[in-house]
Design a protein around this ligand. Structure first.
Ligand code: ADP
Ligand code: ASP
Ligand code: MG
Length: 476
């Protein structure tokens, strides 16, 4: 899938524009989106959209309610989604908009699915993918119609016909060869005829057409998949913040935008909980060396963050992330010299499809982190003959990211001094020397992030600024 073969013999540069939920949340946001797409018409835009803000959560709640037998509540909730889309279409396109039939069909299918869930009394991962996909189907159809009305030659593409994945429902991975082929067959002809393809993000399908999703927040990943398979010149992620910031601005008001950073650092940030990018997004961009920009759709004139192969933020600590709802798992072998422990533990977590982060191992002991405890009772039962499994909930993982951060010995000591009055536990994570992370009680996450932000991102005239300057960083 090298760039050369996938450029479809076009001369002009291609840019993938992805708009998140808040960037399509209402009529004003969709009008801004139109302005942004029009401003990119000198390149060849491909537009990827999330569902309208909050819709995916509402669909999920409706699915759970139906599976619990509360069909009435589930139907009421999807009707409110229907009304929201209908009103938005009327406001943007006028009362005779051509989407009414399409919307009615989609909502008819959604209501039947909720009925099925009520009868089955369960929401299987496969059914959940079918259910959640409605949000992106609707938003992409709406945006395509609004773009056409605004004079853009936009064509709707069902992403499930071109992004092909394995059958890991809820967190599917693309099958690259067949996806490239389908993108070539479905999207490339539109580009060649000068059209602007508009697709829902997040949604995909298996080779045989069973709907899948790429995991929550997965529209960013869809944009990168399309960027990589189409040989895009860049991918732009349009969202509700000014770019990637030194920390989540919802946790710390002092957070500030990072102008430029490396793929490697951005990967760590996304992996360690910076919701602004889905963790899988950067892998395809890195592989094809496609710069990724994170931009604020409310301030299209802003510069945002540029993510490229090589860049230095100028600080030893580039950003601080926090991942909430983490559980710390301790596994203790019943036989201290059990050489099979790690293999058995990985096999058990694999069987229960429970993703893990390894914290550390020592003789007869393994410490892990998991994002959900749902599978742990089953895993503990599987391992019962060889190990005791215990876990603690309500933790948050705080992580400092920076090129070579672990090679700066005083950074870790300053971090732990700053939170020494809190009950923290250091985490030895993987082989990367770009992160230092620790576990903290969930209710103290905001406070710990703010303290560390104050320490490492004090204004330049602040006494704490010394010692972490770019000169120090480059020397490291
Ligand atoms: P979208 O709907 O556009 O995909 P998301 O809600 O998924 O947007 O991601 C944007 C949010 O990510 C921001 O509103 C912000 O609260 C959060 N966020 C977390 N960490 C960071 C960070 N380091 N920089 C910027 N935003 C961050
Ligand atoms: N709408 C999906 C979600 O909320 C995907 C996305 O927004 O990227 O998870
Ligand atoms: Mg997102």
């Amino acid at each position: 899938m090298g760039q050369q073969q996938s450029r479809f013999d076009r001369d002009d540069e291609l840019v993938v524009l992805k708009f998140g939920g808040t960037s399509v949340e209402d009529a004003a946001a969709i009008r801004r989106l139109v302005g942004i797409v029009k401003s990119r018409m000198d390149a060849q835009p491909v537009v990827v959209l999330s569902a309208l803000a909050r819709v995916t959560d509402q669909l999920l709640e409706a699915g759970k309610a139906a599976a619990d037998g509360h069909l009435g509540a589930a139907l009421a909730s999807v009707r409110s989604i229907y009304v929201r889309h209908e009103l938005l279409a009327e406001e943007l396109l006028g009362p005779d908009h051509g989407l009414a039939g399409d919307f009615r069909r989609e909502f008819g299918a959604l209501e039947s699915l909720l009925g099925e869930l009520e009868r089955a009394r369960q929401l299987s991962p496969q059914a959940q993918d079918r259910l959640l996909g409605f949000g992106e189907c609707l938003s992409s159809k709406l945006a395509q119609a609004v773009l056409v009305q605004a004079g853009v030659n936009a064509a709707h593409v069902d992403a499930r016909e071109c992004i092909v994945t394995d059958a890991q429902h809820g967190q599917a991975s693309p099958l690259w060869d067949v996806t490239s082929e389908r993108v070539r067959d479905v999207v490339a002809p539109l580009l060649e005829s000068g059209q602007v393809p508009v697709l829902g993000g997040f949604i995909a399908a298996t080779e045989s057409g069973v709907p899948t999703t790429l995991g929550r927040g997965g529209s960013d990943f869809s944009a990168a998949i399309l960027g990589a398979t189409l040989g895009a010149a860049k991918v732009e992620i349009w969202t509700d913040v000014d770019g990637i910031m030194t920390t989540d601005p919802k946790l710390c008001a002092e957070a500030r935008v990072i102008g430029k950073m490396s793929f490697d650092e951005a990967v760590e940030l996304a992996h360690f909980g910076a919701k602004v990018l889905h963790p899988a997004t950067l892998a395809p961009a890195m592989r094809e060396n496609i710069p990724v920009y994170v931009l604020n759709s409310r301030k299209p004139e802003g510069k945002g963050t540029e993510i490229v192969a090589k860049a230095r933020t100028g600080n030893v600590v580039s950003a601080i992330t926090a991942k909430r709802k983490v559980a710390a798992v301790e596994i203790e072998a019943k036989q201290p010299l059990d050489s099979e422990l790690l293999r058995n533990v990985y096999a058990a977590f694999g069987r229960h499809a429970c993703p893990v982060d390894l914290m550390g191992t020592s003789l007869g002991r393994i410490s892990l982190l998991v994002g959900s405890t749902a599978a742990l009772p089953g895993i503990a039962a599987d391992l019962e003959s060889v190990a005791n499994v215990r876990w603690e909930n309500h933790k948050a993982l705080v992580c400092l990211v920076g090129e070579s951060i672990r090679r700066q010995p005083d950074v870790a000591s300053r971090v732990f001094a700053a939170v020494s009055d809190m009950d923290v536990r250091m985490v030895c994570q993987g082989a990367s020397d770009r992160t230092i992370s620790f576990l903290v009680e969930e209710e103290r996450v905001e406070e710990s992030v703010q303290r560390l932000h104050g320490l490492f991102f004090a204004p330049p005239d602040h006494p704490d600024w010394g010692g972490i300057s770019s000169a120090y960083c480059q020397a490291g």
